[in-house]
Design a protein around this ligand. Structure first.
Ligand code: GLU
Length: 409
């Protein structure tokens, strides 16, 4: 099952329980607009580079469409459609006034110089600037992009449309960004981890955690887990990682990776592969990297009793069913990693009001949104005797469906 079929499978599981008609399913699943563009540019060495960029606007029933820009060699039309759809349910689960979108370029950003990265970003915005905007579609960072890329994107957009900081979120603080946006997804992951443990009558302090991915989400999740007293025992990135059953010194690891641009060689921990990490003997497993890593084969050997999906789409449906049968509690992506888009919303609100919030306010509001959303999803799961994933889809699809019908089809 590929990613698009997997997303449809999860959707249908909820839609079946909701008694949604075939016509309504088709309407909700079909993206409003899919755009594929060419980005042609001169590379530093004088060669001509031709890249393909995508923007998919999945659904606008609840508001302007919202979603990140991913720069990764595996970006393709199917992946972007899938991720755009996930954004529609995600914004609905946390009840922020947006629809869902996603975009990206099929490129390895690490293969580009800084100048080329700027050029490709400006070229992409040249191609899509007419379809985005503060009231239409608001891009943000995703895998392979960051605040600097957002700064270039905004600057290019404003060349056509004038001052409009609310068009892009995840911007640098110096350019209308928000306090707490960079840490938001990782922080949200830890808020829902604490929330699920509370329901299970367990404190986070002392729990062992394995974390796959040490990018923006994984690194902030590790930091906040450590601060909350959890024992982070395993962390990996694309090249492998580190393992210490006594608990990794997260602060020292952060200093190490900054200096050495990777986890490898960190003293005070043993080497660990991604495969070993997913199967490691821990209380909590947090996939915070690419999608599709939890296959049926891996799921059979997962020892963690709780999985928090910090990545988008990390669990294949067959693995999901198996883990559900084994009573492993999974907090699904559309809830667990919604902290990022939630603080993007706060950034957009601040930009529109020309008023800045301090970090304490951003954190307090994020906490409220994540805990309320988690409680709502938990309640649906209890009432309907379904997994947290199906409950989150029921909540998200229900809100989008009702907005669609109320607005008039
Ligand atoms: N890329 C992030 C996500 O998948 C954030 C999107 C946003 O802030 O709009 O949720």
């Amino acid at each position: 099952m590929n990613a698009i079929e997997a997303a449809r499978w999860y959707f249908n599981q909820a839609a079946d329980l909701m008694g949604l008609s075939a016509n309504m399913r088709k309407l909700l699943l079909t993206p409003e607009r899919e755009v594929k563009v060419q980005i042609g540019m001169e590379m530093d060495n004088g060669d001509i580079g031709t890249f393909i960029g995508y923007r998919v606007q999945h659904d606008s029933a609840r508001g302007p469409m919202k979603g990140g820009l991913r720069y990764h060699p595996e970006v393709d039309a199917d992946e972007v459609v899938t991720l755009a759809q996930l954004m529609t349910w995600k914004t609905a689960v946390v009840n922020i006034p947006y629809g869902g979108a996603k975009g990206g370029i099929a490129v390895d950003p690490k293969s580009l110089s800084r100048g080329e990265l700027e050029k490709i970003t400006r070229g992409f915005i040249d191609a899509i600037h007419d379809m985005i905007g503060p009231d239409k579609d608001i891009p943000a960072p995703d895998m392979g992009t960051n605040a600097q890329v957002m700064a270039w994107a905004l600057n290019q957009y404003e060349k056509f449309h004038g001052f409009s900081p609310a068009c892009i979120t995840g911007k640098p603080l110096e350019l209308h960004g928000s306090e707490g946006r960079e840490e938001a997804t990782g922080r949200g992951v830890v808020i829902v981890t604490e929330a699920v443990l509370k329901k299970l009558n367990r404190p986070l302090a002392g729990c062992s955690v394995a974390l796959q991915g040490y990018g923006n989400v994984g690194s902030f999740a590790a930091k906040f887990l450590d601060e909350a007293g959890a024992k982070v025992v395993g962390i990996t990135d694309v090249a492998g990682g580190v393992w210490n059953p006594a608990g990794i010194d997260v602060e020292a690891l952060s200093r190490w990776t900054e200096k050495h641009k990777g986890l490898a060689g960190f003293a005070g921990a043993d080497p660990l592969t991604n495969d070993q990490l997913l199967r490691s003997d821990v209380d909590i497993l947090i996939p915070a990297a690419l999608g599709g890593v939890l296959t049926e084969e891996v799921a059979k050997e997962v020892k963690a009793r709780i999985i928090i999906e910090a990545a988008n789409n990390p669990t294949k449906p067959a693995a999901d069913e198996l883990l559900h049968r084994r009573e492993v509690v999974i907090v699904p992506d559309i809830l667990a990693n919604a902290g990022g888009v939630t603080v993007s919303y706060f950034e957009w609100v601040q930009n529109r009001q020309h008023f800045r919030w301090d970090l304490a306010r951003v954190r307090k509001e994020l906490d409220r949104v994540m805990v309320d959303s988690f409680d709502r999803v938990w309640q649906i799961a209890q009432e309907k005797h379904v997994s947290l994933r199906t409950a989150a889809y029921i909540l998200g699809i229900g809100r989008v469906g009702r907005a669609t019908v109320l607005g008039g089809i």
